[in-house]
Design a protein. Structure first.
Length: 315
């Protein structure tokens, strides 16, 4: 089940060191639910069609200088209409002081006014980046997330199949753990997923027969990472002699998480198979594919060329 998230206005103020010029009576309960922000340019000219009042409103030098050229009555009228939409807050960039008419209408409609010394474009881009990450759609999946040669590998499989044990072997080989048992997955863009561990179990891993270990304490802080992009999903399954497994890798397999397609391998295991080494190879092979090289395709082309050259010849 996909949950929806929000960010409190107070958290945003603290995160970006914003100055509170006027705090609405409900300041502590105001929450932002959309990642985009708006610059009310057309609204200052009286055009409110398609206006989105759920967004944080940002005014920079252009908007403030335009309003400064209006007479007091016009400023009062436009701010009265603008603040009547009760958006989360008005944020003024470049440390520009608000007009008296703005303060009056903010108090009338109980809307918070904030101020920042940052340039408008930089302020907007950083806030949008922060909100998109904080409000990203997310789910929690059972599995293990490790970073192998820079590739984020999400290990899936039944409980007790050896995911955590494979992660420990990878740690010994210099790779890093992001999450064990439960992985929080966020869709940070249309084609990108980022995984992390719930704070309660961060840096911990469970090994059956031994118990819980703290990876950061046992292997050092270099063995853990807060989050990582998910580049590959590996589904670990018991070897089944009745199943036909892909031996060439010509057909790319994908799985869909939060609407994002992620490359996937299904790896059957039997006693004696070194899963950690297989995962290292999977990580390097996935990186090669992203760079445009596919060993399976090259091998098939060599085979086809060989048979084309020897067609009709008697050895």
């Amino acid at each position: 089940m996909i949950e929806t998230y929000s960010v409190s206005l107070a958290t945003l103020v603290k995160e970006f060191s914003l100055e509170v010029v006027y705090a609405a009576s409900d300041f502590s309960s105001i929450r932002i639910t959309v990642a985009d922000v708006a610059r009310p340019g057309l609204q200052l000219a009286g055009y409110f069609d398609h206006y989105e009042p759920m967004r944080l409103q940002v005014m920079g030098n252009v908007e403030m200088s335009y309003v400064s050229k209006l007479n007091s009555l016009d400023r009062c009228a436009i701010f009265d209409r603008l603040f009547s939409y009760k958006f989360p807050a008005m944020l003024i960039a470049r440390n520009i002081p608000p007009h008296e008419e703005m303060l009056d209408m903010a108090k009338k409609h109980n809307v918070t006014i904030l101020k920042s010394h940052e340039a408008t474009s930089n302020l907007i881009s950083t806030i949008i980046t922060y909100l998109r990450d904080a409000l990203a759609p997310r789910i929690t999946r059972h599995g293990v997330l490790v970073e192998v040669y820079g590739e984020g590998i999400f290990l899936m499989g039944d409980s007790g199949i050896g995911k955590s044990e494979a992660a420990v072997e990878l740690l010994k080989r210099g790779h890093r753990l992001i999450a064990d048992d439960a992985v929080e997955i966020r869709r940070v863009s249309t084609n990108s997923l980022v995984g992390s561990a719930p704070e309660l179990i961060r840096n911990y891993i469970e090994i059956r027969g031994i118990g819980i270990i703290n990876v950061a304490q046992l292997y050092g802080m270099g063995a853990v990472k807060l989050e990582n992009q998910i580049n590959l999903v590996v589904n670990i399954v018991p070897w089944n002699t009745q199943e036909v497994y892909d031996r060439l890798g010509l057909e790319d397999q994908f799985t869909e998480i939060l609407g994002v397609k992620v490359p996937m391998y299904t790896i059957p295991i039997t006693p004696g198979r070194n899963l950690a080494v297989i995962l290292e190879v999977a990580a390097m092979n996935n990186r090669q594919k992203k760079m445009g090289y596919n060993a399976a395709v090259e091998f098939t082309e060599h085979i086809n060329q060989h048979f084309d050259q020897h067609t009709g010849k008697i050895s």
